[in-house]
Design a protein around this ligand. Structure first.
Ligand SMILES: [Zn+2]
Length: 230
């Protein structure tokens, strides 16, 4: 029932003589006639969260969209600058430009509190909220035997070093409320058992503004389990 001679999609190679080159392969498996565009799409599609289809949209936007040239130039400069200037803080593992980062060197931060997070991204919401005045230690991941992330893959030795040379009295584990987060928190607790360090984990329960009737069973159970006295 094909109404034209295009014979539907899913054809390998760049077979057709597709009238408008740019749209010759809308991300359904074919390749662009331009090797340069094809390279750009392949490179973009290796980015996390971008499949070939999204990579194609981004590439076409940068090449043919409104203000394309200016945006592409801006992106090129931003990437080049970021590659030179952005680094990981050698002390806490947060993303920074000066090393050590401003949080690590600030005299106004409470040196007795150390907050362990999984990823540099986790520092952002805590900093944005503005209530935490301690410092951080970024693990760079969570223990996950199923994904092959074992204790030797995470910087627990650096965490121990960090605790040795600073007057930390409380370690707050701000880790995901997931199996991996739990496993990692328990591992750290065991690693440091015997020390007189106070250890705590974030509470789990009903979110602010959340309706009890629509709370999932596990969260509800946690909320009961960790209920507190008035
Ligand atoms: Zn730092």
């Amino acid at each position: 029932m094909a109404e034209s001679g295009f014979g539907g999609h899913g054809r390998g190679g760049n077979g057709g003589n597709g009238g408008n080159g740019a749209h010759a392969a809308g991300g359904d498996g074919g390749e662009f006639q331009s090797p340069a565009l094809e390279r750009l799409v392949r490179s973009l599609s290796r980015l996390p969260g971008l499949g070939r289809k999204s990579a194609t949209r981004v590439a076409l936007h940068l090449l043919t969209g409104g203000g394309a040239q200016a945006h592409a130039d801006e992106l090129t400069v931003a990437l080049a600058e970021a590659r030179v200037q952005v680094r990981v803080c050698s002390r806490c593992g947060a993303i920074t430009e000066p090393d050590p980062c401003r949080i690590c060197t600030s005299e106004r931060r409470d040196r007795s509190l150390l907050c362990v997070v999984a990823s540099p991204v986790d520092v952002l919401p805590i900093e944005k909220a503005g209530f935490f005045r301690g410092r951080y230690f970024v693990l760079g991941g969570l223990l996950s035997p199923l994904d092959g992330v074992r204790a030797q893959d995470l910087p627990f030795d650096r965490l121990l070093e960090r605790l040795k040379d600073g007057p930390v009295t409380e370690l707050i584990m701000a880790l995901d409320a997931s199996v991996e987060g739990e496993t990692t928190a328990l591992y750290i607790q065991r690693l440091l058992s015997g020390s007189d360090l106070q250890m705590s984990r974030l509470a789990t329960g009903i979110p602010v503004g959340g309706a009890l009737a629509y709370t999932d069973e596990v969260t509800l159970q946690r909320a009961f389990q960790f209920r507190r006295a008035f």
